[in-house]
Design a binder for this molecule. Structure first.
Ligand code: UD1
Ligand code: CA
Length: 454
């Protein structure tokens, strides 16, 4: 039996007080709706139908790469109306999982459990028992069997005592949706077409309504304002940190850890506080990441130690290297094993060979550095002439004296030495010494200027 996924995402999200539609607000670096689409894809759904309304173009553009079917709900007349607008494109067989674009953390596990119990009965809900159920639709049961969902605003005092709530996540037979949705009325406290009314319709048709609880409560938490968004971010991060710790990562303080993407780890990785990891990253065995580092789409091989406040963006780092503190590896930085990149060193689109070192205040851009070379403090590869970029090639075992400018295109041969303070504009041959500076002037018995008498 085929599964469709319907995602409700037409709401405006007024309480976010943002020009960005609510479902595009980021959780762990990805739009709320992106999390839901990602989970839907894992379920091998036949089709993913997203109902959009407010900020429609922006929402569609944000997911242009995804195989999503868009259905517009021009006027938001209620959750039942939202699903009703999908009927023209909804298959007549199979089942639909109905999700909310602003409930981003629903898990594949919970949805698979829901699918399993709903396939037998034709309709199922994800419910949750809360200490304070104020505002939510309540699950009305008789002899433990679900009879209806009553919205808070429509509920009697007795019904408001019910602690079991509707999370807004359902699995329903498509044939039944085609049958029930046209019959919804908006005769209720909010004058809206309530999707929740299909539960009473199912009971009237003699069906049983199944339910499951989520594995983790935060899975069904919705986001309406920035306070809830921040709270959910922390819950989601704590959960990700827990999964990594279960894999053996030593996260020194999980409450100060942020993963905005996917992290693959080896054994005995240690991550100090306030580290942000974005995109797809890989850390090998025994890698240590110091406090305050930001690592994006980068690979760091085993044994590498990163000192605090280093930034990686699309960098590939070899084994047993030493990076930072305050190093910046920009896109295209490729470091071989045992390289040292020290404080205030920036590397962009450059390869650095085995065991080479640039320990202090250096810019290496569009450079190729061989093995065993030493780049002195303050060396700059002048890769840009204001219009075009050029390469600097430094061989093996070269020694670049401090405060040198290497004006590209230029190459420094194997074993060559550049004297400190040089501006190198021509190639330096293997094993030679090149320096370029004015002669030192010496004035003996020099008198410094004296303060003028007033
Ligand atoms: C809904 C449920 C309630 C449940 C709660 C869980 C109904 C009638 N009530 O209430 O039982 O406890 O969710 O959070 O369904 N949306 C549209 N188009 C519309 C209306 C809503 O796309 O016309 C979308 C919203 O953007 C949102 C979702 O549907 O993503 C839920 O809508 P919302 O108005 O927040 O429903 P609640 O009143 O909270
Ligand atoms: Ca809501």
């Amino acid at each position: 039996m085929s599964t469709s996924v319907i995602i409700l995402a037409a709401g405006k999200g007024t309480r976010m007080r943002s020009s960005l539609p609510k479902v595009l607000q980021p959780l762990a670096g990805r739009p709320l709706l992106g999390h839901v689409i990602e989970t839907a894809k894992k379920l091998n759904a036949k089709n993913i139908i997203t109902i959009f309304g407010h900020g429609g173009n922006l929402v569609q553009q944000a997911f242009a790469q995804e195989n999503v079917q868009w259905v517009e709900q021009a006027e938001q007349l209620g959750t039942g109306h939202a699903v009703k607008v999908t009927l023209p494109v909804l298959p007549t067989d199979g089942v639909s999982l109905i999700l909310s674009g602003d409930v981003p953390c629903i898990s594949q596990d919970t949805l698979e459990k829901l699918l399993a119990v709903s396939r037998e009965t034709g309709i199922g809900l994800v419910t949750l028992t809360l200490a304070d159920a104020t505002g939510y639709g309540r699950i009305v049961r008789e002899n433990n069997k679900i009879q209806a969902i009553v919205e808070h605003k429509d509920a009697s005092d007795a019904q408001r005592q019910i602690k079991e709530i509707n999370t807004g996540i359902y699995c329903v037979s498509n044939a039944k949706l085609h049958q029930w949705l046209p019959k919804l009325s908006n005769n209720n406290a909010q004058g809206e077409y309530y999707l929740t009314d299909i539960v009473a319709m199912a009971i009237a048709d003699g069906l049983e309504v199944s339910s499951v609880e989520p594995e983790r409560a935060f899975e069904v938490e919705g986001v309406n304002d920035r306070i809830q968004l921040a709270a959910l971010e922390r819950e989601f991060q704590a959960y990700q940190a827990k999964l990594l710790m279960q894999q053996g990562v030593h996260i020194i303080d999980p409450s100060r850890f942020d993963l905005r993407g996917k992290l693959t780890v080896g054994q005995d990785v240690r991550i100090d506080i306030n580290v942000i990891i974005e995109g797809n990253c890989e850390l090998g065995d025994n890698v240590e990441i110091g406090a305050g580092c930001v690592i994006k789409n980068s690979k760091i091989a085993s044994g590498t130690k990163v000192q605090p406040y280093s930034i990686f963006d699309n960098a590939v780092v070899g084994e047993d290297t030493q990076i930072g503190p305050f190093a910046r590896l920009r896109p295209g930085a490729k470091l071989a094993n045992e390289v040292h990149i020290g404080n205030f060193v920036e590397v962009k689109n450059s390869t650095i060979g085995l065991g080479s070192k640039a320990n202090h205040f250096t810019y290496l851009g569009d450079a190729e550095v061989g093995a065993g070379s030493n780049i002195g403090a303050g060396t700059i590869t002048c890769n840009y002439d204001g219009a075009n970029k050029f390469k600097t090639i430094i061989g093996d075992s070269a020694f670049i004296g401090s405060n040198s400018s290497l004006v590209a295109p230029v190459s420094i041969g194997n074993g060559a030495t550049v004297g400190a303070g040089s501006v190198i504009t021509r190639d330096v041959a293997e094993n030679s010494l090149a320096f370029e500076r004015s002669k030192q002037v010496a004035k003996e018995n020099y008198q410094r200027p004296q303060k003028l008498k007033k």
